[in-house]
Design a protein around this ligand. Structure first.
Ligand code: COA
Length: 184
């Protein structure tokens, strides 16, 4: 199984991958390296433990090494819970262009479909990030606008392009999603 939901036992590997991501690609994320470095392993473990609402962090493994990850959040407020948000997509540089980003994205879509009532998946991308935009477009995400100056990093502003993937109201059960993860 190469893609699975991370749990508390993955905290150390996940934090190491996040720190690498934030050092290497600071403009791709809204978290900062200092914020992530300031988290204890217990805090990281709590953040990645799958929640009852379906929120989770997916990890893609290559020979037991965490090669990439993607976070999925499912808001529970009544007017928002028909959507999920993706964030923190990262594939370590030595594993890129081997479909790992695509597999993480497909796993997130399958998982989102398994959550009752979910009709859309949303995410934001730094407007200059051509690779990530191509990845999301290839999975069917459509852009609906650019938010000017959404991020400020070291005194410089960055625009963020917002994408959405509308989900057809077909049902995927939790069992189907578990089969999908087992098959990876
Ligand atoms: C963006 C990122 C996640 C892509 O991961 P990946 O595993 O290399 O992506 P995949 O191999 O699954 O590529 C899937 C598709 O995405 C597009 N893509 C990926 N990398 C690309 C690149 N460097 N340039 C152009 N298109 C690219 C292509 O359409 C590709 O399909 P193809 O290989 O058939 O051409 C990875 O480059 C990364 O982690 N970048 C740094 C962090 C980042 O930008 N995260 C996104 C935050 S929104």
């Amino acid at each position: 199984m190469n893609v699975r939901m991370l749990d508390a036992t993955d905290a150390q590997a996940y934090q190491a991958l996040r720190l690498l991501a934030l050092r290497e690609s600071p403009a791709a994320f809204s978290s900062s390296h200092a914020e992530e470095a300031g988290r204890s392993l217990q805090q990281v473990a709590a953040r990645i433990t799958p929640a009852a609402d379906g929120s989770c962090v997916l990890g893609r493994f290559e020979q037991d090494q965490l090669a990439g990850s993607l976070a999925l959040r499912h808001p529970q407020r009544a007017k928002l819970r028909h959507g999920v948000e993706l964030a923190g997509m990262y594939v370590a540089a030595s594993f890129r262009r081997r479909d790992i980003g695509s597999e993480l994205l497909q796993a997130a879509i399958v998982h989102a479909r398994s959550l009752a009532g979910v009709r859309r998946i949303a995410l934001g991308v730094n407007d200059t990030n051509a690779a990530a935009k191509a990845l999301y477009r290839s999975a069917g995400f459509v852009s609906y606008g650019v938010e000017p100056q959404a991020l400020q990093i070291d005194g410089r502003f960055h625009d963020v392009e917002h994408y959405v993937l509308p989900l057809q109201p077909i049902r995927v059960t939790r069992g189907d999603a578990q089969d999908f993860f087992r098959a990876r």
